[in-house]
Design a protein. Structure first.
Length: 172
């Protein structure tokens, strides 16, 4: 008798509205897209005694592109340049990417996901790969700092709003 109570009548199934598709956000694959190591002044610069601490310049950027309606390629690029004076000791650059399945998400939330959540998932792989490359090049590794992609995204939004307001004021 309990089986009959749980069984669904085909007529009842047709009357129920189709279930809405659930939102999807999933990392499909993380991969190292591009990497380069340059030591233009080696080996001479490696044999010189270091008189001063080297200067370290770290830069990174995030880019995204839709591959299909529900598949996104999110890339974080990081560049580490270590110099002594004007001479480069090492220049390491890498682009780490992730393929993300994203669907059923409103446009505003999609912007947040592709600018904050996706880079946050990909960035640790980039950090590890660049530090590993420097170690393999036999120089002390420089680790990319932890990054709060939420703060960076909010700063970009505020900057875009300020520029829009400035342009609006200039037109009036």
């Amino acid at each position: 008798m309990a089986e009959n109570e749980n069984a669904q009548n085909p007529a009842d199934a047709q009357q129920q509205p189709a279930q809405e598709e659930q939102p999807v956000f999933q990392l499909q694959r993380c991969y190292l897209k591009d990497v380069s190591v340059e030591m233009p002044n080696a080996p001479e610069i490696l044999m010189e005694p270091q008189q001063t601490a080297p200067q370290v310049d770290i830069q990174f950027e995030v880019s995204q592109r839709a591959l299909q309606a529900d598949l996104w390629d999110i890339t974080v690029r990081g560049t580490i340049t270590v110099k002594t004076g004007e001479r480069v000791i090492i220049l390491v650059e890498g682009r780490q990417s992730g393929l993300f399945a994203i669907r059923g998400i409103p446009a505003e939330a999609l912007q947040h996901i592709t600018n904050v959540l996706c880079p946050s998932m990909v960035y640790p792989y980039l950090r590890a790969n660049l530090a590993d490359l420097m170690t393999r090049a036999n120089v002390p590794p420089v680790h990319l700092p932890e990054v709060n992609f939420e703060v960076l995204y909010q700063q970009r939004l505020a900057q875009a709003q300020a520029e829009a307001a400035k342009n609006q004021a200039a037109q009036n």
